[in-house]
Write a protein that binds this ligand. Sequence first.
Ligand SMILES: [Mg+2]
Length: 470
Amino acid sequence: MRTAPTILHLDMDAFFASAEQASKPSLRGKAVVVGGLGPRGVVSTCSYEARVFGVHSAMPMAQARRLAPNAAYLVPRFGLYRQISEQVMGLLRELSPLVEPLSLDEAFVDLEAGGTAWDEASALLAGKRLRDDIRAVTGLTGSVGLAACKMLAKIASEQAKPDGLVLIEPGTERALLAPMPVRILPGVGPATGDHLRRGGINTVGEIAEAGEDELVRLLGKAHGLALYAMALAHDERPVVAERDTKSVSVEDTYDVDIHDRVRVRMEVQRLADRCVQRLRGAQLSGRTIVLKVRRYDFSTLTRSETLRGPTDDPAVVREAAARLLEAVDTTGGVRLLGVGVTGLADYTQEDLFAQAQAQAQAEAEAQAAADGEPEGLGAEPVAAEEAVEEPEPVVERQWRAGHDVRHVEFGHGWVQGSGLGRVTVRFETPDSAPGRVKTFRVDDPGLEGAEPLPLVAPPVGEGLRRSPRP
Ligand SMILES: [Mg+2]
């Protein structure tokens, strides 16, 4: 095991709920619960203010509502969480090529492998800078744990929550673990925990005292040996970068539908260039070029073309994307365009975007299935191997709590609630003061679905990512 605390574990604080509070000024400092709102929905994340009432992740939503009847209950906006996740994972990749994401908001980083840290002082500095950078780029807080192994880095970030940093000095691990409950060790679930308790073992220290033979007797050879090693703070598991990259892709959503065909072509060329930049940045090349078009009515088309060999040539990707666009009717207007490359070859580094995308999609699908609701707008895959046409369920008139809307007169807001033919909207944006509430008929022609606004305004120059107002 290494002797310096150069394994970092990052965990964003109450991620979904914090993103909602950052988006919606009226919810800051308030109990916020994000999850499935249908009859079988469960809590995905809740704000620290909601935890005070006893609400926690994975709790049935009905129970949460009984505990915190006045909290704001919102449907997840995975599109936004994915964008923030991409920013965070990008910051982690600046520290090291060895980044192992565990979910949208959690990852291990091997700082030593990246040359970022080699001892306690340099690890501490890297951790502090990372937390500052995350706050500056995303507007949110993350907690950092630093230790000489993965298990302890994760325990450290848990201790650091919320909004903190904890470094576990090598040599102090066993004393730190000894009084902790056995459930803190990876691989100890409720069943193993009960089993150990019946054997008179409640703490990690008691596992160490019981000895290897006793652990093997209680849990069998493989599990017993592994757990005994963990109890002695022996954890040799390496940080492993994700290798199952499926695609590299970029996409843009437009505030106002694009109708001009020339403009659509230009946007596709620009996206192709950005996609190649990303591809080259990750030292990748790919064979299949994918174009994604979401039209004014939310129908989404994915078209692809497979080349004879892998490429990372911008001209080749631009041409292929342009050919794919020629077969797509955009006369009604376009809300979103995306260009991706799949069938990757010779890659040296994972693509967190695709990884996060796949995960968010799976989560959104599980959510939609659990709720019996149509899939969220950000939930469809960017890239598909085959050209498929997927008309999405009509969601325009489905006002989901917490989702973004735009009104011709009042501007950007979010759905606070709907029912009985009415929808209540609060008009506010991440950088506004808490906004006013207005109620409309659900079929108000001036109201339409909108894409989430970034939590932190992009720096000048990035402003080109959104279309200018007419
Ligand atoms: Mg978290």
